[in-house]
Design a protein. Sequence first.
Lengths: 475, 211
Amino acid sequence: MTGPAVAFPERAKAALADPVLGTALAKLQSEFRRDRAAMLSRMPEFEALRDRAMAIRDHALARLDALLEEFERNVIAAGGHVHWCRDAAEARETVTALCRAAGATTAAKSKSMLSEEIGLNAALAEAGIVPVETDLGEYILQLRRETPSHIVMPAIHLNAGQIGETFRESHGGLDADRDLGDPDALLAEARATLRRRFLEADVGITGANALIAETGSIMLVTNEGNADLVHSLPKTHIAVAGIEKIVPALDDAMAIVRVLARSATTQEITSYTTLVTGPARETDADGPRGFHVVLVDNGRSTMLAGPYADVLRCIRCGACQSLCPVYGAVGGHAYDAVYAGPVGAVLTPALDGLKKAAHLPQASSFCGQCEDVCPVRIPLPSLMRRLREDSWRRPDIPVAGKRLIRIWAWAARRPTLYRLVQRIEIAALRLLAGRRGAIRSLPFAAGWTAARDFPAPEGGGFVDRWHASRREPRS
Amino acid sequence: MSARDEILAAVRAGAAMRQAATPALGPVLPARATGAPETLRDRFVEMARLAGATVDPAFGRDGVPAALSAFLSRQGLGDRIVLSLEPSLANLPWRAAPRLQVRPGTPTPGDTVSVTAAIAGVAETGSLLVSSGPRAANAAHVLCETHIVILPAGDIVGGYEDALARLRREGGAMPRAATFITGPSRTADIEKTPQIGVHGPRRLHILLVDE
């Protein structure tokens, strides 16, 4: 077996041993829990808002073809262009060609998970176009040549000291005495550097938090305001978006806004929520002359026809990551996937194939918190369970303990044999435990006995005890 | 078959397999997005302040230049402003505040204070809906360190939908860019520490004009 499935336990082990990561994740999860509770107390209608958001997303998926056509018509009517891409390679080629046609040497980017999914930055760099990430977290990661470890808090795995070192290495001519130890100094340094990059960029590339069929608008949601500089300063604006991002009307987009920030960062709304419709009009005071929407399928239309279509409701808030106990223990990078955590466990097999991503749905305790917080009520545990079943049925996918479980299933269908083996097992464990009634170390359960004793079974197996209780008259 | 037709055919097949959409659930409006004008005004001020904006009252349109000038000197922000070309701003009595150096037009990277109008204030979250157009540059909303918005109290509405209805009533078609601005630019990307003023304004100040 090759690929991430082998390496996941290794990466998880390394992550568990990383004290910086551990501190960061503990802070993320405890604060998210606390702040989300406070948000809920301020917004008594939140459950109804979730129902509404879910209904809108479901409705949009059931009419996705018609809505995409309506969206395309309205983008064109507003003076923009729509490009359709079957897969990541087509999307990379399309964006690169648009940048070339604009004569671009640099492209300012605002945070887009889709651009991570299609590997856009590497393709642009290869074509001689310098991509500049402008979201502070993404910018830090770009300098460090790392990938986001959380959907909305991409650099959550780093501390200020690490970021200061990165700036010192990457920003030429920084005074060695200059204190970059605290977040404020780092922010000032990043703001100054990035402002220059904004002004020299030829093309602005954004994602889209929603595509609005009614008006041909795209919605951009940020706290930093970087998307608003990216879509307005350069002379060409390119938005990349998954085809599932459609909502029918403007008011539907606002219904999504009501649950998006509350779920992502527990804010009421982010600082900037922008609706962009077409390029600058002839008489506009500013704005780009070219507006392009690159619609990317990359497995989504296939997903829509299958059992995992519900995950297409996702609005990329990252709440399922912020609460997941597995994500909270190992962080996003251990998953080795663009989308980590519960939603990634469902999305990644659809995007990369189950064989490559079979380890992801295994990385869950099925505690169900992801479904509890999902603003569009995606049944993530059920979908992960179904993916486990798919893996089980695939002979080419090794599942941990597959053989042992097969042996157990074989024996379980032979009750007499099963009970005989069980009696022997119980007797052996009792013998091992001696008078203490507990076992210090067991060869097949070393992970358990490393930190605690294994209690010896008391009484017989369930069936034996059932029969015994039926023989004894109840008192 | 073109990529477009191929994708649409696959989507059509997939969409047809989804059950008829969930029975249409009517719009859900939080209670805080509704109320009498006076209630909405007070809620707007409360929510905008919670989001990190500052709000000063200006008594009548004639009081705006003086209130603005007072804010700038209180904050030590100098006397220069770039004034958006929106008609509601041009005919304010700017001569009443002689210290102010008013440059009408679009801000450039060296400018520090931008003054604009807004389509509406949204009580629900203390947001401002602003729009770009011939007389309103998008840069005026994000480029300067300080953004000051002059908002008549009568332009405060309950929810986002009400603000969008206003936007579309005034202009018909959508403008190139319409933005709900809620408080100053912020980030929590470094150690989850809340910080103000990343790319957009560090300060968002609202002059609320009660007639």
